[in-house]
Design a protein around this ligand. Sequence first.
Ligand code: EPU
Length: 305
Amino acid sequence: MTWRTRSNVAWLRELPGVKEGEPLASRTSFGIGGPAEFFFELGRAEAIEKAIDGCSSREIPYLLLGAGTNLLVADRGVDGLVVRIVNRDHEIEGTRVRAGAGLKMMRLARIVADANLRGFEFAIGVPGTVGGAVYQDAGCWDREIREVLVEVEGYVPGAGKQTWKPDALELGYRTSALRDGALRGALVVSATVQLARGDGEEARQLMARLTRERNETQPIKTKNCGSVFKNPPGDSAGRLVQAAGLKGAREGAAVVSSLHGNFIINEGGATAADVRRLIERVMAEVKRRFGIQLEPEVEMVGRWK
Ligand code: EPU
């Protein structure tokens, strides 16, 4: 590895509060994954910006981590620096809400309902952070964050602070320029959404009903990463997995949920390799049976080779 020079390692060791060999499993919703070579978590955007600037100019790989809800971290861990984003501030001005990237979507859904705003109820079904939601245009119940997003504050290493309108982020179903395009590696600092005046009690009731429904159709109390696959156009990955007879399929302690075919559950002690083998098996079987190539939605990071 060319980047792991004495001076780069010394620079990493001097980052404020940095830890070496920090386990990541407990920082992912799957409860799976090896250690971060270097790890730190900070709320202050400036400190994160400085760290990723330093990594970028030194060619040190870095990973921006939110709530770890859509991630499969390799058993051998992650090279370089993992930065956990924990800025959780928010500001409400009329019907506009600016939220720090580290705030959980579900928490923000409750905050805005309590402020008598509507239009964000869908976020009660989105497990990750605001930053993570922007990163891949997360959504639930056929609503996506791009529908309410008006502005994102971010940071591009080497280029500095940016303010993006949604168009610049190329948001689409579980994709964006941050995840798959020209803005890879850029940091989301905060997102502003435009909501409408509403009634807090109504919003809370709607969220309670949606959560009950989700409880019945998704194994939300288990260790999982949310949907494993994107839905192929016009079809549903869960339906296809079920039709292929794969509910309950297992590799080690990783098992396809019997409740929802697009969920893989870590029953306890599953390895990333177990999950990956199961993902590959499901993809091969769905392809063989129906000729459809499923595409993973979960992002696989770290040392796989
Ligand atoms: N279905 C089956 N068998 C299954 C699962 C689903 O036949 O095992 C059928 C259902 O009966 C339904 C259709 O497939 O007719 C769609 O299923 P569901 O309504 O559960 O939604 P989904 O398309 O599987 C999407 C999102 C979820 C989101 C739900 C609720 C994707 C990949 N997933 O799931 O998002 O919570 O809608 O709106 O788009 C996530 O992205 O991590 C996630 C959980």
